[in-house]
Design a protein around this ligand. Structure first.
Ligand code: AMP
Ligand code: ZN
Ligand code: FE
Ligand code: FE
Length: 320
């Protein structure tokens, strides 16, 4: 059962997260970016290089929200004081969580059966939280090995191209597989690798193992963080889902997302205001085929969004 109103689904189809976006620069390019990825998970740029580019773009408040690791943030917090004009840096993480049974029973439509939960202001030294993230990374590695095996069985081996990545302790993901497939000459682009081989309908798709959504919200809360629902444009049509997640401790909503249409952004703003959720936003920059400057200049995140999040996190605590 889908509860999408016809207009909303048309709007959503037009803004599929992975569809290329036209890169017409915004009149108000973001100075706030609360969603980005580095090589510590599945982005293409090392944390320090990404942070340097953020600084050069004149960003004011940023968060590196790598999947299942705090290692990029831990590196950056030691650098930030030495870089002239550096933006304020907020501790963050993104946990791609598997929908709990209660969510599935609601009949909500979820991309790949998942909700992505961002955690802001988490304690990056909390041993319990770091162990939980380590288990997540272990589960990612197991899944990746299974995808590699499936591709080999399908006549698309990537063992040589993926070897370097497997040696690291990074949070591995399908973008690593997709890039290895490009390097092996099996596909022409990362997008083609997803579309033909490894997205949910692909022959080499293997389901994720790891935290459920409720556990992700709990883990972030227990580490002193503010859990926020990432890139979920159907939220305004799903009041029961929002009730359930807020009952579990959800406190924020990603309202400003690079690929949301202006209509969706307005609806998400209204939802956040109505439910008392902290609005967040950002580029979700990974770096495949696009510069950071480009991503940021095609994203709008109002300045107050950074200030309000910092305030919700207790002000100065957010600054490192
Ligand atoms: P994983 O954590 O292994 O499930 O990989 C998730 C990441 O893969 C997302 O953060 C996106 O960057 C990328 N991704 C997922 N699905 C697609 C898709 N259909 N097309 C392009 N990129 C995708
Ligand atoms: Zn990612
Ligand atoms: Fe995500
Ligand atoms: Fe992301």
């Amino acid at each position: 059962m889908s509860r999408y109103a016809p207009d909303a689904s048309a709007d959503q189809a037009a803004q599929s997260r992975f569809r290329p976006v036209d890169s017409v620069p915004s009149a108000n390019p973001a100075k706030v970016d609360l969603h980005s990825h580095s090589t510590r998970s599945d982005g293409v740029m090392p944390p320090a290089e990404l942070f340097q580019q953020m600084t050069e773009c004149g960003m004011e408040v940023v968060a590196l929200s790598d999947h299942d690791t705090m290692s990029g943030y831990r590196e950056l917090r030691d650098l930030v004081g030495d870089i002239a004009g550096a933006p304020q840096l907020i501790a963050a993480v993104e946990i791609n969580s598997i929908a709990d049974r209660d969510l599935i029973e609601m009949g909500v439509e979820l991309e790949e059966g998942e909700l992505h939960i961002l955690g802001y202001g988490v304690d990056a030294d909390d041993p319990h939280f770091l162990r939980a993230l380590e288990s997540q990374r272990d589960a990612r590695r197991v899944r990746l090995m299974m995808i590699i095996d499936a591709l080999r069985a399908l006549g698309k081996p990537i063992d040589d191209q993926i070897a370097v990545v497997l040696e690291s302790d990074e949070a591995l993901g399908r973008p690593h597989i997709a890039r290895a497939m490009v390097a092996a000459g099996h596909v022409a682009s990362v997008q083609q690798a997803f579309d033909e081989w490894i997205d949910r309908k692909g022959p080499a798709y293997i389901p994720r193992q790891g935290m459920k959504s409720r556990a992700a919200i709990d883990a972030i809360t227990a580490a002193g963080g503010l859990p926020a629902l990432a890139h979920y444009p159907a939220a305004p049509e799903q009041p029961e889902l929002i009730d359930l997640l807020m009952g579990w401790g959800l406190r924020g909503l990603e309202v400003y997302y690079r690929r949301f249409t202006p209509i969706t952004v307005r609806q998400m703003e209204a939802l956040a205001a109505q439910r008392g959720l902290i609005a967040t936003g950002g580029t979700d920059y990974h770096g495949d085929g696009q510069s950071y400057a480009d991503a940021r200049s095609t994203t709008e995140v109002p300045r107050e969004v950074g200030d309000r999040l910092i305030e919700a996190l207790g002000g100065v605590g957010a600054r490192t």
